[in-house]
Write a protein that binds this ligand. Structure first.
Ligand code: EPU
Length: 428
């Protein structure tokens, strides 16, 4: 079994370069299915979710050439099947984007029900509502979601909940539909804008991405393109919080500071210094840090994908903070792990009350999901003693080279294998 071993309380110092956005990449790669040409995509993060998505396309008949570790050239014109019934599909939430992309191209799609991080019920009713507005019917049989129609015709779709995945899927299904589709109450996340820009670079006619009303005028043909994915907002935010939690001073490069505004605002409220430059932010700690209340919300609100990481920081600031998780039903399971390191967090439904403590103490914890795992790393970097993090496959799904990047900032973190299990400190 692989684990991370961290010897904590070393302030992070130096520079770190942020990779391309995971959640943009896992939408843009399946979007290539809609292209009538070859797509060269740069700034692709080298992470397991992306490798898996590219592999799924290959299994379906696409050619995926890795030009270098962050550039893929994908030719999906040879895909002839509308079915993505593979074991791997089930393990990734973003595989639901294959529904929209295959429906858009073949007017029918069959895809296994999505998996991904487990933090409550993850319905796809809004995705299906969108497909049905475009004329498609659906059924669920033997774990497969099937959608089909004779032809896709644009219409107005009002989303009952703001959903990133449903917004993306409706864009994918409608980009080659007849007429105009309007998505009202659309999600506004940076990766939705990135997907729209990618499709527009192929000749799509999408306007309003980044607002809550997106208009898609259907086109018949999408040419190939060269496109570079935006930097990862959540990876950047994770390093910002790690720098703060260790009392460090880190220049975080290759970011879009505008995408980080809600994270920057909360860090400043806590007392962290954040200096913004054109394509980088510097995070440093120059005084005491104190409590702050946070409510997660769809973009431009504070991202739910930063909630566990900021909770790790709030565990060691002065005073009592409250986090209200308003996006997911059950995203506080990791707090039991943080409490094992000495944090004082009590959870009631979607509210967590975090009483700041003087310090966390290293022990053995689990990465329950991707962002929960990032929170364990932050806690381990800030804690006294040694922290062992198990189930790191969740972390490696979404953070490129996290060990190397942290080591370059001075952290003492190492990936170890089970024979080193005996090094677990006596306190355990
Ligand atoms: N929802 C519905 N019906 C639907 C779809 C969603 O009720 O048909 C609800 C969900 O249950 C949830 C809320 O709407 O309560 C938001 O879900 P959304 O659809 O926006 O989430 P998602 O598309 O499944 C993406 C990210 C998640 C991130 C959420 C929210 C990707 C691949 N995943 O998931 O990212 O937490 O948006 O911002 O883009 C991560 O990167 O760690 C991660 C989990």
């Amino acid at each position: 079994m692989e684990k991370f071993r961290i010897n904590g309380q070393i302030p992070l110092k130096g520079e770190v370069k942020i990779s391309g956005a995971k959640n943009a990449a896992v939408a843009i790669i399946p979007a290539v299915i809609l292209s009538d040409g070859i797509c060269r995509i740069d700034n692709i993060p080298n992470i397991n979710d992306v490798t898996l998505m590219a592999h799924i396309l290959e299994q379906m008949g696409a050619t995926v050439k890795m030009i270098n570790k962050s550039t893929f050239e994908i030719d999906a014109r040879n895909i002839s099947s509308h079915i993505a019934n593979y074991d791997s599909v089930r393990h990734m939430r973003a595989s639901s984007y294959l529904l929209g992309a295959l429906l858009g191209r073949f007017h029918k799609a069959s895809v296994s029900l999505p998996g991904g991080c487990d933090f409550g019920v993850r319905p796809i009713d809004q995705h299906l509502k969108g497909f049905s507005a475009l004329g498609a019917t659906h059924s669920v049989e033997g774990g497969l979601v099937n959608v089909s129609t004779e032809k896709l015709v644009g219409d107005t779709v009002y989303m009952d909940v703001v959903s990133v995945g449903a917004t993306i899927n409706i864009i994918l299904a409608s980009v080659k539909a007849e007429g105009t589709t309007i998505i009202e109450n659309a999600a506004k996340e940076p990766h939705i804008v990135d997907l729209a820009n990618f499709l527009n670079s192929m000749g799509a006619e999408i306007s309003g991405a980044g607002t809550d009303s997106i208009k898609i005028k259907g086109v018949n043909y999408l040419n190939g393109t060269n496109y570079s994915i935006i930097p990862d907002q959540i990876e950047a935010g994770t390093y910002m919080v790690a720098a703060a939690a260790t009392g460090g001073n880190v220049l975080i490069k290759n970011v879009i500071p505008k995408h980080l505004e809600s994270i920057t605002a909360k860090l400043q409220e806590i007392g962290v210094t954040v200096d913004e430059y054109d394509e980088s932010v510097r995070v440093s700690v120059n005084g005491p840090l104190s409590k702050c209340n946070i409510k997660t919300m769809p973009h431009p609100g504070f991202p739910t994908d930063m909630q566990p990481q900021i909770a790790a920081l709030l565990s060691i600031v002065n005073g009592t903070s409250i986090i209200n998780e308003s996006v997911w039903d059950n995203r506080f399971r990791y707090t039991d792990e943080l409490n094992r390191m000495g944090s004082k967090i009590s959870v009631d439904g979607k509210i967590a009350v975090i009483e700041g403590v003087k310090e966390l103490v290293g022990t053995s914890v689990k990465a329950l999901d991707l962002r929960a795992g990032a929170a364990m790393i932050i806690a381990g970097l800030a804690a006294s003693g040694t922290t062992f993090i198990e189930e790191i496959q969740h972390i490696e799904r979404g953070y490129e080279n996290i060990v190397d990047k942290l080591v370059s900032l001075g952290a003492d973190i190492k990936k170890i294998y089970s024979p080193e299990k005996d090094n677990i400190p006596k306190a355990l």
